[in-house]
Design a protein around this ligand. Structure first.
Ligand SMILES: Nc1ncnc2c1ncn2[C@@H]1O[C@H](COP(=O)(O)OP(=O)(O)OP(=O)(O)O)[C@@H](O)[C@H]1O
Length: 331
């Protein structure tokens, strides 16, 4: 999966069958992992979110696309409690609206904001430890090992200040720090921003592995439509504070059905594209030499030394299709 330039992976994360919406009705899952209803939020008198409806299943990766100022970042902020919202945000049946960000995080929501916020003076290891501050210390070493297996490039920098990392390494650290809290829902704001195409693909390979194997649901704000179409189970378009494509889990239909498209609703107009780089250039292998073999290491950073046993979430932690240790419930 995720071979550079290879075919897109279709279907919901985890390989679960898609459900078709009931004919003529609004598709509503019986018990979605995340159910957002009529979410409204803004800043002071300025209302940005105009009533967002969204459902995400456990282990599903959903991309949210849209023009600058559409409200994508505000949506993530409202879901994580950083911006006050009205309506309903139910996570496994628990209402999150009205809770403080730390309480929302305790419930299993991790937020990696745009801009790779890391604590620059702290070391990489300290940054990761900070990510685990909401959880019991006894599991810290295990989680540290796991995060470093996802992002092995960080291993070499553990004792260095995070401020010394490259942009891509900071992004990995920011995501790694969020993972240390064992989120069940991860909110990622433009994780590909500023990353080279190859680094972007490697990062999304890791994210997909985490969502599939650890059953972590993800909402990824992304400007690169092609990337979103390849990695996410669904791509949703936001316009003027509303999702103009169905945000419900069953709306994806059966992607294997003849004529099924990855883009649900109207395809984005050309002026939606605001990602770095040239839209007309496929996001394919651009490194020197031949693309890596399909089974080659595709984690971010350097390929681990032979025998180092590093890779995306290891099978030791969780057998495929079964929640790993991160599957434990929060709160
Ligand atoms: N802290 C803030 N205070 C006041 N208004 C804000 C604040 N943050 C964002 N806004 C406004 O809210 C609207 C939506 O912004 P938001 O950042 O959610 O959009 P976005 O879709 O993420 O855009 P982009 O793709 O450019 O990041 C914009 O009009 C923006 O000016």
């Amino acid at each position: 999966m995720g071979e550079p330039g290879g075919p897109a992976v279709t279907g919901p994360a985890g390989g679960r069958p898609s459900r078709r919406p009931p004919a003529g009705g609004v598709p509503i899952s019986e018990s979605p992992f995340l159910r957002v209803r009529n979410l409204r939020a803004g800043y002071g008198p300025a209302r940005v979110l105009q009533g967002v409806d969204l459902e995400v299943e456990e282990g599903e990766m959903v991309a949210v696309l849209g023009q600058n100022g559409a409200g994508k970042t505000t949506l993530l902020r409202a879901l994580s409690g950083m911006v006050r919202g009205r309506g309903s945000v139910g996570l496994r049946g628990t209402e999150l609206l009205g809770r403080a960000p730390e309480e929302v995080a305790r419930r299993g929501v991790g937020h990696v904001p745009e801009g790779r916020g890391v604590f620059a003076p702290l070391t990489v290891e300290e940054n990761l430890r900070v990510g685990a501050h909401l959880r019991p210390g006894s599991e810290l070493a295990e989680d540290m090992r796991h995060v470093l297996s996802c992002f092995p490039v960080l291993r070499a920098h553990l004792s260095q200040p995070a401020g010394n990392l490259s942009g891509g390494e900071r992004q990995m650290l920011a995501i790694g720090r969020a993972l240390m809290a064992r989120p069940r829902l991860l909110l990622l704001d433009e994780p590909s921003r500023g990353l080279a195409p190859l680094a972007t693909r490697r990062l999304f390979d890791v994210l997909r592995a985490i969502s599939t194997r650890e059953r972590v649901a993800m909402i990824v704000v992304e400007q690169k439509t092609q990337l979103a179409a390849e990695f996410a189970a669904r791509s949703l378009l936001m316009e003027s504070g509303r999702l103009v494509t169905p945000g419900t889990a069953g709306a994806s239909g059966d992607p294997s059905a003849p004529g099924a498209r990855r883009w649900h609703g109207s395809p984005p107009s050309s002026d939606v594209w605001q990602g770095a780089g040239n839209r007309s250039v496929p996001d394919v292998w651009q490194g020197p030499g031949d693309p890596p073999a399909p089974d080659a290491w595709r984690g971010p950073g350097n390929r681990p030394a032979p025998g180092a046993g590093q890779g995306p979430p290891s099978g030791e932690r969780s057998a495929p299709g079964r929640p790993g240790p991160w599957g434990r419930s929060h709160g």
